[in-house]
Design a protein around this ligand. Structure first.
Ligand code: SF4
Length: 370
């Protein structure tokens, strides 16, 4: 039987480490790129199987656009040789402004990559500097121009909310500037201050102050209303798309479809097995094996709720029954009642969905289901 799955490639190289970043990414390691491409291609060979068909693919990082075009060409060529891509497969690549070149984009297009995601983050120079981003807003605009010229119609811009010193009017200005570039998709992520990052140290030392909770909520509401006015539909807590342009790769992950992750620190999930590749670049290059775990039926049911509730369409009872062989009520019993009673969750017409307030308090809702 065929299995339609997602495919993720992790490209762990960056020009410089951003102040908030705790992703697995390495600045100044360009020399390791050819060996990394070899290791990725070897992993493709190990993970490919005749029954697997690729419905969506996503090249993320790190900064995939830092790879020399000829190396990206090798990787994409190998991927197409080893895996069977469905004819309508969505294939996205993350890029960072300041690293995007005509030659790189031409390679993506030549291999069928049809969606680009650009880390724009904020319109204001002071915020880009504070975040340690390597680019200016002019470079965001230039990257979009290059992407359009290369033939990319489906284009996402990432923006960030809740940054130190950021105001609601900054967010409005960033949204206006982003909308002027006519993207098909916008992701508006709230900043997470991760321990161990320079940002965390400066916030803890009192050098940088985060917006108050109420102000961050106002930023989020500004996104929701401005994007709705401009024809974007919110389909997930942080994601907005023009009709027909939701990111299928991410949506499939939230629907708990199977996916293969390739590269250092990449995770995959097939059947009831979840794996995580060696977390460091050196370990991955040295051939350290992936760690595997079996996902229990209880964990699988909880994951369906945790991921499904991220989407504004919610979790459909019939999908849950198809995946787990039991109803939501049979799986969670009275655990559903308190968040419904408190107005955080609704269950109507066979769909479990967070309310607007529930979106703000998602963790509290999930705790009830644990
Ligand atoms: S570009 Fe992305 S992955 Fe790279 S350091 Fe910045 S936030 Fe991290």
């Amino acid at each position: 039987m065929t299995r339609d799955v997602g495919l993720y490639f992790h490209i762990p190289f960056c020009a410089r480490k951003c102040a908030y970043c705790d992703f697995v990414s390495y600045p100044g390691m360009e020399d390791a790129m050819p060996a990394y491409a070899d290791a990725l291609i070897a992993e493709m060979g190990r993970r490919a199987a005749p029954e697997i068909r690729i419905a969506t693919a996503y090249i993320g990082g790190g900064t995939p656009s830092l790879l020399p075009p000829e190396l990206m060409d090798r990787l994409l060529d190998a991927a197409k040789r080893r895996f069977c891509f469905l004819p309508d497969a969505e294939w996205s690549c993350e890029c960072n402004p300041g690293t995007v070149t005509e030659a790189f984009l031409a390679v993506l297009r030549a291999h069928g990559v049809n969606r680009l995601s650009l880390g724009a983050q904020a319109r204001q120079e002071r915020l880009l500097r504070l975040l340690g981003r390597i680019h200016t807003w002019e470079q965001v605009e230039q990257s979009v121009r290059l992407a359009r010229a290369a033939g990319f119609e489906n284009l996402n811009l990432d923006l960030m909310l809740g940054l130190p010193t950021q105001t609601v009017s900054d967010v409005r200005e960033s949204l206006d500037a982003a909308l002027a570039l006519q993207p098909t998709h916008l992701s508006c992520y709230g900043l997470i201050v991760e321990e161990g990052t320079p940002l965390h140290a400066r916030v803890r030392a009192g050098e940088w102050t985060l917006p108050a909770d109420g102000e961050e909520r106002d930023m989020y509401e500004a996104c929701r209303s401005i994007l709705a006015e401009n024809g974007f539909e919110q389909y997930e807590i942080s994601n907005f798309a023009r009709p027909g342009y939701t990111c299928r790769h991410n949506t499939d992950c939230w629907k708990r479809r199977e996916y293969l992750g390739l590269g250092c620190a990449a995770c995959g999930f097939m059947g009831n097995i979840r794996y995580r590749n060696a977390p460091s670049l050196s370990g991955y290059l040295a051939g350290a094996p992936a760690e595997e775990e079996t996902v229990s039926p209880e964990e699988a049911r909880f994951e369906s709720v945790m991921l499904g509730l991220r989407m504004t369409e919610g979790l459909r009872e019939e999908d849950f029954v198809r995946m787990h062989g039991m109803t939501l009520r049979a799986a969670f019993g009275s655990k559903m009642d308190a968040p419904i009673r408190d107005g955080l969750l609704t269950y109507e017409n066979g769909v479990l969905r967070l309310t607007r307030r529930g979106m703000d308090l998602q963790n509290r809702v999930l705790l009830e289901f644990l």
